[in-house]
Design a protein around this ligand. Structure first.
Ligand code: SF4
Length: 457
């Protein structure tokens, strides 16, 4: 297997899909969770990387043209996004378009999921365009818990990592504020407009002061957003059935790909809580912790003390990281919940206890299925009135999750809906959604008689 210039294809992939210092480059980021990706782009900008969130879902046909149909939907969407952006950029700049200025950012995951191969596949597609061949792909990987050491100068990486984690949490909280307030707002559209303003204020604060890792200004803005948003709730509107979303992270977070499922549910009378982005980041750190602990035990038994020291150091690092994550996440949620009763995030420990208690699945099997099954059980035990599993058509972990959740939640008499997406419009989706919401309302009525009086505790 060789490229046209004679170099082995695998070497080319290794050299052009890698982790390297992206300072001074234009970093092209695919859109996903709208608040999250924009705050992350601002984190990069605070550290001298000109990060751009690409326009999304404008060229799905391009993504489809260059894939075989065996890939998952997120691969087609993100491929369409990068090709659309680059083709337009080339048209805009003409002869001054220079590929060396750009880096395409496409994280990857290890394990059984195909996602780990998408950046390689997308590089092969970019190589088919002469003018895009020299654009490298930079990734963060679950393999080392999204270590940022090699994509930033070493002295800046720890600060970037802290800032980006804080921004993930703040973005999650902004989402939760929107989901809690929007269904009950006094005037349609006021919550969205206000949150967009808040996002702008947060982005400017991150870009101007974020690198100093003094987060007090970010916290102050976030708290003010929560306090003001709480006043948008009309207390005369009765509390709606609460619907918990689980599923594949890209599909459940990317509104265009999931045909705006959150808005759909709100339209048909529900209040939504989607699984957070931090849940996935925390899971990756947790998973690494478990793997390192296993390695340490192994080397201890073997008496390989030199190797044990190396693994032990890594294990203590991940312990500190997990401690930092839990502390920061708790800090931001507590601050917001002083003003508004958003849904707290569930921790890895409680999800694992649910899974182990019911003996349904195990974190040891890995993949997002563990999180989705555990997350759905958490919703069930926290007075939710329905669960929706959102995933790309043919997604392997989500299909496993559906197989476990459907009979289980049926037994618990909690309404459940599978929502697979591949870009096609399913004519029966609306009927399924409306029926599901009707069941959720009945579930709510059976559970309580719903006065919405907890917005300002
Ligand atoms: S998680 Fe699902 S959608 Fe994502 S790559 Fe794996 S199988 Fe595909």
């Amino acid at each position: 297997m060789a490229t046209t210039d004679g170099r082995p294809a695998f070497d080319r992939l290794r050299n052009s899909v890698r982790q390297f210092d992206v300072s001074g480059k234009i970093l092209l980021m695919p859109d996903m969770a709208p608040f999250g990706v924009r705050l992350l782009a601002s984190c990069f900008r605070a550290f001298g990387v000109e990060a751009v969130v690409m326009e999304t879902y404008k060229a799905l046909s391009l993504g489809r043209e260059f894939t075989s149909g065996k890939e998952c939907f997120p691969c087609q969407v993100t491929l369409g996004d990068i090709l659309h952006y680059l083709l337009r950029e080339k048209d805009r700049l003409g002869s001054s378009f220079s590929p060396e200025r750009y880096v395409y950012f496409m994280p990857e995951a290890d394990g059984p999921c195909r996602f780990g191969m998408y950046n390689k596949l997308q590089k092969m597609v970019l190589d088919r365009f002469d003018e895009f061949r020299d654009i490298p792909i930079c990734y963060l990987s679950t393999n080392n818990a999204y270590a940022t050491g090699s994509i930033m100068p070493a002295d800046r990486s720890p600060a970037f990592r802290k800032l980006s984690y804080i921004c993930v949490i703040i973005a999650d909280v902004l989402d939760r504020i929107g989901w809690r307030v929007r269904p009950y707002e006094w005037r349609p559209g006021m919550t969205d407009a206000f949150l967009d303003e808040g996002l702008g204020a947060l982005r400017s604060a991150i870009e101007s002061e974020g690198a100093g890792i003094d987060f007090s200004k970010l916290f102050r803005i976030t708290e003010e957003i929560a306090a003001t948003a709480a006043t948008f709730i009309d207390p005369h509107k009765p509390r709606r059935p609460r619907i918990g979303i689980v599923g594949e992270i890209y599909l459940r977070s990317h509104p265009d790909s999931n045909q705006n499922i959150v808005r759909q549910i709100e339209l048909y009378g529900g209040e939504v809580v989607n699984a957070s982005i931090a849940e996935w980041i925390n899971f990756i750190a947790y998973d690494r912790d478990v793997k390192l602990r296993r390695q340490c035990k192994l080397f201890w038994k073997e008496g390989s003390h030199g190797t044990l020291r190396h693994w032990w150091r890594q294990w203590t690092d991940i312990q500190m990281e997990r401690f930092y994550q839990a502390w920061r996440q708790g800090q931001v949620y507590r601050m917001v919940m002083r003003h508004l009763d958003i849904q707290p995030d569930h921790g890895m420990g409680s999800i694992e206890r649910r899974l182990e208690g019911e003996r349904l699945f195990s974190f040891a099997i890995g993949t997002e299925a563990a999180l989705s099954i555990g997350g759905a059980l958490e919703y069930a035990h926290h007075d939710f009135d329905g669960v929706v599993n959102v995933f790309p058509f043919t997604c392997m972990p989500s299909t496993v999750c559906a197989a476990v959740l459907k009979p289980l939640l049926h037994k618990m008499r909690l309404p459940y809906l599978d929502a697979p997406y591949d870009g096609a419009i399913q004519p029966n989706r609306e009927v399924a959604m409306r029926t599901f919401l009707y069941q959720a309302k009945q579930h709510l009525e059976a559970r309580l008689n719903g006065r919405n009086d907890k917005a300002n505790p």
